[in-house]
Design a protein around this ligand. Structure first.
Ligand code: SF4
Ligand code: SF4
Length: 722
């Protein structure tokens, strides 16, 4: 593509951005128009016994619902209470019914733009997910864990079936439902109001040993004797094969808890260094509760997965379940080191707060849920409440305005995906090293080829199928809408892998251009390369499109990009549907498990790629087009060329499978996927025509100088006097 036309496209995109407000505003007005009779009908479904639905309240945006004069509960629109954006960048609008006793009566979806539910999995899994809230109480501890759904009868803990492939959207919906319901409960429901928040006094510290911490109540202690456990379970402990025999004097459960953020507790328990290291890891407002236990039934089982929500233990305050999640930080760097501290069977630092928030100045309770199988058919259950009262002298009361906000949602998501983040980061570092020193590495063709195929396998298998790191033109919509809405980086941080890849790709565009992503980091691009490799193994002849036609066809992807972006300004929903021109969702997100037209389309593109190398990338991909446009601003043209390239030598051009080398030998960086093949040829003395002819010239010159030297010596021997 000629440079003037690329600049026109670049300007078009920038102008489109500038025109975004008016277009999106029109769309936004549509979104607001929910007819009141529609809402009334939905509320009636949420409260079938309702005889009266009051208008939205002035003091708090909820609809009170009555049966005659009895208050049944409240209905409210989540977007009036919580502005948490969805994965698409737009809030998920829900109509939620909450009974006067704090139970969900049901949820209706008013509007959402979550791509995976719109056009990927379809709406059914979303309906099934939100259907799980009906009848659940705000006092219950809701854990999204599909593997444990059968355990839902455990007291106080409810396991929800998540939606694989839509993990982030489901977490956002759960957060939206719970955080908005808790706010409504606190404002409107009796018994749910929370005491004024408190925070630890950070300059209050006194060195104390373990016994002193216990004596002062800085570390709470609770013990459940064997006999009490038997009484609650209603049978002898010998009936439970999973329990070992108790040592003399051993408790069924002996548990200690401590609020780590208070320096008099945290510094004494973790030591000054450990406390400082923990502080560095904490986000503003993040609160930490240490729980340690010994005995036959510790607070977490031996196979407890670090970093997750405990199933046995829950925290409650003001009748509300308070989120607690293991921080997975107790290691060599951070340990429990107080003088005289005993050994524990289990010890964890839990991040507490989440949706409900946690007020250390108010009473709370740890709920120990006991579940013991007698045999395959019988499971006995009991639960115990451990009162949690923290020492008032270590805290100061806060006004509501002073209260530190809780850690944002993305923080937990990054903690959960630390392994993916680490692997993706390492792979990007390796790629950066290769590209930075490519002049050196391309001298070793076998190593470069091996690394490239290994990397492509990683891109398809791990980055694509496992970590769901396929960038898409839909991400560009999200960015544009987000810029219009005032830019909230929190939306992008919700998916750490996509965030890291986008950040890296964006920066790399200004250094190396589009090829680094398209040649190495795009899962569908890598899948096409594998299809092409397979085709060659099957003996399928690779077609080369004639140069003039190829030059015209590569322009198709640009109008596609412009059309999609233009549509996004007009209607996000339509743009998301049109984005199905990308086969990414079908192939990478849904593993080809989808209705047949989508599968047929994706397979057809891969099949086309078996005849024409990376057919989709070259001619159709709107994302590739967008990257090529921004890539025009790159700083480096890193692929070396020599004088003979193109005139007369055409070897690299013939070997460039994507046809990104022009007849004159110049590289078309808008098309090049930086596979490095042409540079490998250039550095190879056996392949590069320039090197071969130079070597021949050198050999000829060497032969001639040898000849001359021989002649000279013969001549000198002939003329030497005897
Ligand atoms: S052109 Fe599109 S499909 Fe091909 S590698 Fe680039 S982004 Fe991926
Ligand atoms: S062979 Fe060279 S020009 Fe062709 S895609 Fe690979 S790096 Fe780019």
């Amino acid at each position: 593509m000629r440079s003037w036309s690329a600049h026109v496209l670049l300007w078009f995109c920038l102008l489109s951005l500038a025109s975004l407000p008016s277009a999106t505003m029109a769309n936004g007005q549509d979104d607001q128009a929910a007819p009141s009779d529609t809402i009334s009908g939905m509320i009636q479904q949420l409260f079938p016994k309702a005889t009266r639905i009051e208008p939205k309240q002035q003091d708090y945006p909820v609809y009170p619902v009555y049966q005659l004069n009895e208050l049944l509960g409240y209905a409210y629109e989540s977007s009036d209470i919580s502005d948490l954006p969805g994965f698409s960048g737009r809030p998920i609008r829900l109509l939620i019914g909450l009974s006067a006793t704090g139970r969900f009566t049901g949820i209706h979806i008013l509007e959402h733009h979550e791509p995976v539910f719109l056009h990927g999995l379809g709406p059914e899994p979303l309906y099934q997910f939100i259907g799980q809230y009906q009848g659940r109480s705000l006092t219950e501890h809701i854990v999204i864990d599909s593997h444990k759904v059968g355990d839902a009868a455990t007291d106080g803990v409810v396991y929800f079936d998540g939606v694989s492939k839509a993990t982030v959207s489901v977490i956002i919906i759960n957060d939206t439902v719970l955080s908005s319901a808790l706010k409504v409960a606190r404002h409107k429901l009796e018994g749910f109001a929370q005491a004024a928040a408190a925070q630890p006094i950070m300059d209050k510290f006194e060195p104390l040993n373990w016994q002193q911490l216990l004596d002062r109540g800085y570390v709470g202690h609770w013990r459940l004797e064997l006999a009490d456990a038997e009484r609650s379970l209603g049978t002898d402990l010998g009936s439970y094969p999973s329990l070992r025999e108790a040592e003399p004097g051993e408790a069924f459960t002996e548990l200690w808890y401590a609020y780590i953020n208070a320096p008099s507790i945290g510094r004494n328990l973790l030591g000054d260094d450990g406390f400082a290291r923990l502080q560095q890891r904490l986000k503003p407002g993040q609160q930490v509760l240490a729980v340690m236990s010994n005995g036959l039934f510790p607070h977490v089982p031996e196979d407890f997965k670090p970093g997750t929500v405990p199933g046995r233990l829950a925290l409650q305050q003001s009748q509300l379940a308070v989120e607690m999640r293991d921080m997975d930080v107790l290691d060599r760097n951070i340990q429990l080191v107080a003088d005289g501290i005993p050994a524990f069977d289990q010890a964890n630092l839990f991040q507490v707060g989440g949706n409900a928030g946690f007020n250390p100045g108010a009473d709370a309770a740890l709920i120990l849920n006991m579940e013991l199988p007698r045999n395959h058919l019988m499971i006995d259950r009991a639960h115990f409440e451990v009162p949690v009262t923290l020492p008032a002298e270590l805290f100061e009361q806060l006004t509501v305005e002073d209260a530190t906000p809780r850690a944002p949602l993305w923080v937990g998501l990054w903690q959960d995906r630390w392994l993916s983040i680490t692997l993706v980061s390492i792979s990007l570092i390796l790629l950066t090293i290769l590209f930075t020193w490519q002049r050196f590495f391309t001298r070793f063709p076998r190593a470069v080829h091996g690394f490239r195929w290994g990397f492509l396998a990683f891109t398809v298998g791990y980055l694509g199928f496992y970590a769901q790191g396929q960038l898409s033109v839909v991400n560009i919509y999200t960015l544009l809408l987000n810029i219009y809405d005032g830019f909230n980086i929190g939306i992008f941080l919700l998916d750490p892998v996509i965030f890291i890849l986008w950040t890296y790709t964006f920066v790399s565009l200004f250094i190396w251009g589009r090829g680094l992503f398209c040649g190495w980091l795009c899962p569908f691009g890598a899948l096409q390369e594998m299809a092409s490799w397979l085709a060659k193994r099957l003996g399928i002849r690779q077609r080369r499109i004639a140069e003039p036609l190829h030059r015209k066809l590569i322009l198709i992807k640009y109008p596609l990009l412009i059309g999609l972006l233009g549509t996004a300004f007009y209607s996000l929903t339509l743009a998301e549907q049109l984005a199905e021109v990308e086969p990414f969702k079908t192939s990478i997100t849904l593993y080809f498990y989808r209705s047949w037209p989508f599968v047929l389309y994706a397979v057809a593109l891969l099949a086309a790629g078996m005849f024409v190398h990376k057919f989709y990338c070259r001619y159709l991909c709107p994302l590739g087009a967008g990257l090529a446009i921004i890539g025009k601003l790159r700083r480096l043209n890193m692929l070396d060329r020599v004088d003979l390239c193109g005139s007369p030598c055409q070897l690299c051009k013939r070997r460039c499978e994507i046809n990104a080398i022009r007849n004159d030998g110049a590289i078309d960086y808008d098309e090049c996927i930086q596979c490095l093949e042409c540079v490998v040829i250039l550095r190879d003395d056996e392949q590069c025509v320039d090197s071969i002819s130079q070597r021949k010239r050198e050999q000829r010159a060497a032969r001639q100088s040898t000849l001359l030297a021989t002649d000279a010596s013969r001549h000198s021997r002939q003329t030497d006097p005897i």
